[in-house]
Design a binder for this molecule. Structure first.
Ligand code: PMP
Length: 400
């Protein structure tokens, strides 16, 4: 049967990335991998989860834990998030929060909520690959969100052609893939631009809690509330996640935004999967309530030492002509190589001769550019191996 013929057109842009296929093969023990941007499993609070799951399964709790529940999410977890958002400068109520199965699901729902085929999504060049993957199903056009230039709202609107610009998406703190953070002035500028275009802002805060140095910046949503007085008057939609702080495998994230947006997202969630796993939400609520801050302090100490080691190793081993970012948090460093070096070719050679893995950068660009860029993650590699891996990579680039 020719399945392709009956697949809906929205599938046309959903392709397995060659790189992901290649990286799947990387579980061999002799490879030093800077590829996956994932938490170190040795840092998971497994014992706390063991107790939380046990507690959820006692006779008095099991009827809640194993039962269907509401699409909005588990009440006590939403309450904890309300407190957390208030700490970040975002006063809100339960009605401003929807629990999702990871923030990835929030990106899918937001694509579904806003994008008709041909509408424009503004994204960074580069941007989080998973956001492009989520939005692609809704057949948008992409335009480059570039708050550092003085490009006017009219320019953005003109580029949108027949469709309409619908939102600006940004990973704001220690972005995936660049590790960069949007400063105060740029956050303000994005709100101005969104006001002028009358569009939504999707603030992806997946790494927000993982700051290793410098002062925390108020979320875009907090800055917008300061201007407009009330979250329900704001156009910024904040996507949070427990994946980088507690555990990605439980698939718990959240959306915080104006009630009107949350109510519509609740309808989408009802139609898609009814609700996120009740027991997982209960366990996250228990562990977050007991030890979110102390646990985050612990993982930050480990990740920040690895970041320091990677930055020192880059300084020591990279040849002239290579530049890189100096992230204040998160999991990633972004490298720019001399123009003529293609990082996908480099990966193939690196795997063969140096046994070092990384992610070539071009997949993070909606226009397919960036062939001389690459992403290194330091979150899962011990410090001695970071040094050795960067040294090997430096040798390979110098010879390229
Ligand atoms: N946003 C960004 C920027 C990410 O890097 C990731 C995970 N790699 C996600 C969202 C999705 O994370 P999750 O669904 O686990 O919350």
């Amino acid at each position: 049967m020719d399945w392709q013929q009956i697949f809906a057109t929205r599938n046309n842009r959903m392709k397995a990335s060659e790189i992901r296929e290649l990286l799947k093969l990387l579980d061999q023990p002799d490879i030093i991998s800077f590829a996956g941007g994932i938490p170190d499993p040795d840092l998971f609070p497994a014992q706390a989860f063991q107790e939380a799951f046990s507690d959820a399964l006692t006779p008095q709790n099991q009827a809640t834990a194993l039962q269907y529940s509401v699409s909005e999410g588990y009440g006590p977890l939403r309450d904890w998030i309300v407190e957390e958002m208030a700490r970040l400068g975002v006063p809100c109520t339960r009605d401003n929060i929807l629990i999702t199965s990871g923030s990835q699901q929030a990106l899918d729902y937001l694509g579904k909520l806003f994008l008709s085929p041909g509408d424009t999504a503004l994204v960074g060049w580069p941007t989080y690959l998973g956001a492009l993957g989520a939005f692609n199903a809704y057949e948008p056009r992409y335009d480059r969100l570039d708050p550092e230039t003085n490009r006017s709202a009219a320019d953005y609107a003109k580029e949108a052609g027949e469709g309409r610009v619908k939102f600006a998406y940004m990973s704001v703190d220690f972005a995936n893939p660049t590790g960069k953070t949007l400063d105060h002035a740029m956050r303000e500028r994005v709100i101005d631009l969104a006001d002028a275009l009358d569009i939504a802002v999707i603030e992806d805060a997946a790494y927000q809690s993982l700051r290793y140095e410098g002062e925390a910046l108020a979320p875009v949503l907090a800055r917008e509330i300061e201007r407009k007085g009330d979250i329900n008057a704001c156009r910024t939609i904040y996507c949070g996640s427990f994946s980088k702080t507690l555990a990605p495998g439980l698939r718990v994230g959240w959306v915080c935004g104006a009630q009107q947006v949350i109510s519509q997202l609740v309808l989408l969630k009802q139609a898609a999967d009814l609700h996120s796993s009740t027991i997982n939400q209960m366990a996250i609520a228990t562990v977050a309530r007991a030890q979110f801050d102390s646990h985050v302090t612990k993982i930050k100490a480990a990740y920040s030492a690895r970041r320091d080691r990677m930055l020192a190793a880059l300084e020591a081993h990279m040849p002239e002509g290579v530049t890189w970012t100096r992230p204040e948090g998160g999991m990633f460093v972004w490298l720019e190589l001399p123009k003529q070096i293609n990082s996908a070719d480099l990966l193939a050679r690196s795997l063969e001769s140096e046994r070092v893995a990384f992610v070539p950068g071009h997949a993070f660009f909606a226009d397919g550019s960036g062939s001389n860029t690459l992403r290194l993650s330091f979150s899962r590699t011990n410090e001695a191996l970071i040094d050795e891996g960067v040294a090997r990579l430096g040798r390979l680039i110098a010879a390229a």
